[in-house]
Design a protein around this ligand. Structure first.
Ligand SMILES: *Cc1c(COP(=O)(O)O)cnc(C)c1O
Length: 436
């Protein structure tokens, strides 16, 4: 029996019409949505599991109102900050964690993890091919001041195999006495390879650790948190690193980054973040710490909403003949949905739609522009409460072949759905697609 009456359906369609989404586009969306029930159920189960994990960690560490008061000045003995770090460490099953509003973004967290744990003469080995764009300058692949290279750390990378898997032979050949750290990027970032499953990452960590137990393994965990029931730290990664304006901030964290890992690695990160001798003892968290807690609490369901949005987008655009990575039926390892739109015009129409569906800055029109840390012009659509937060509904992509737009986020599934329908609406109005 249908629990929603035709009358109610019409009222919804009218309201959505007021947002600018036509009846054809809405109906097309409904027909796609009807096919996705099973994958949504699977996501809900994972969210429940992860919710329990976070809840347990909060209870175990006796989170209380006293944790939310924040600190000022040096921030000595800030129990809110220190307890939050315990909550992260227990959720991700690591010895320790550094979770700070002073970590300005994901790139900063990664730069800290790398530079704190690599010394002159060491070599960093990326085993997942080229790293995320903003790390090029951190490492020194693209020259710039204060890179690892400038500080005597060399770099090598092993490309992925044509099927997207890790090249074990290539990795074994590339490891030398100098190799001090291996870096693995979980999510595809701005490339169209598939993202890795935690199990795949675990396999390669095992392969490396069996032969070279002394090598530190760092995983760029951006966009992957809470998508699966386990994290790379459950498989022996020495550090997992990410941004609080992505999944683990749950949309509420206004700033911050995290590094969870072994006590030894995390301690060094503390000294790199603040100063030798001071380390983690300092670092006030005035006025933000409650949002970091609450955001982490919401993160499993917010991540689930974003993932549902990604699946809905894939199902729609696949049906219209565009290549989607992953496909609608594919297994997901992060919240990013790449859609190869094939032209700049289509990228702009798509982003225009996402922008028009935003709660903030919906009146703005995205135009391609230069971005610090990125080589090509990038078009971005985001109307977020937290500036640049890609756990909120957003789409972006570098203007280059194959003109792929990377869609992600959505604090709630209904909003992600409306955003995707609006992107479709703009594509439809530009004559780029037919909806039937
Ligand atoms: C977002 C991201 C980063 C960098 O994070 P910022 O917060 O944008 O600096 C690094 N790696 C991956 C895979 C990412 O998705």
């Amino acid at each position: 029996m249908d629990l929603i009456t035709d009358n109610e359906k019409n009222e919804t369609a009218d309201l959505i019409g007021a947002l600018g989404i036509s009846r054809e586009v809405y109906a097309f969306g409904e027909s796609i949505l009807a096919t996705l029930r099973e994958s949504f159920e699977r996501i809900d189960r994972i969210a429940e599991y992860n919710q329990a994990k976070v809840l347990l960690a909060m209870q175990k560490n006796r989170v209380s109102a006293a944790c939310f008061s924040g600190s000022t000045g040096y921030g000595y003995n800030d129990i809110g900050r220190d307890t939050l770090e315990r909550v992260y460490a227990d959720t991700f099953h690591t010895e320790d964690a550094l979770v700070r509003p002073q970590i300005t973004c994901g790139t900063h967290a990664l730069a800290i993890a790398l530079s704190a744990n690599l010394r002159p003469g060491d070599e960093l080995l990326s085993v997942s091919g080229a790293p995320y764009d903003t790390l090029l300058e951190v490492i020194g692949i693209r020259p710039g001041p204060c890179s690892l290279l400038e500080n005597g750390v060399t770099y090598r990378q092993v490309e992925l195999l044509p099927d997207g898997g890790f090249d074990r032979e290539g990795i074994e050949r590339a490891i030398t006495d100098k190799t001090a750290m291996v870096a693995i990027q979980r999510s595809k970032g701005y490339s169209t390879r598939p993202s890795f499953s935690v199990e795949q990452i675990g396999g390669i960590i095992g392969f490396i650790k069996e032969r070279h137990p002394e090598i530190t393994v760092m995983v760029d965990n951006c966009y992957g948190e809470f998508v699966e029931e386990s994290e790379p730290s459950d498989y022996g990664a020495d550090m997992i690193v990410g941004s609080l304006i992505k999944n683990p901030g749950g949309g509420l964290a206004p700033v911050g980054g995290y590094i969870c890992g072994t006590a030894k690695c995390v301690e060094r990160c503390g000294y790199r973040l603040t100063a030798p001798g001071l380390g983690r003892e300092v670092g006030a968290a005035p006025g933000v710490i409650d949002r970091l807690y609450q955001g982490f609490f919401l993160a499993p369901t917010v991540t689930a909403a974003a993932e549902k949005g990604a699946i809905f987008a894939a199902a729609i655009y696949e049906k219209l003949g565009f290549k989607c990575i992953p496909g609608a039926a594919g297994v997901r390892h992060d919240i990013i949905q790449a859609v190869e739109l094939g032209s700049e015009k289509a990228m702009l129409a798509f982003c225009k739609g996402i922008q028009a569906a935003a709660p903030v800055d919906s009146f703005a029109t995205p135009v391609p522009g230069d971005m610090p840390g990125y080589e090509d012009k990038v078009v971005m659509a985001a109307g977020a409460f937290v500036q640049g937060a890609s756990i909120e509904l957003s789409a972006d992509g570098p203007i280059r072949e194959p003109y792929a737009v990377y869609f992600q986020g959505g604090l709630t599934f209904p909003h992600a759905k409306l955003g995707i329908l609006m992107s479709l609406q703009k594509m439809y109005e530009a004559g780029l697609v037919e909806v039937r």
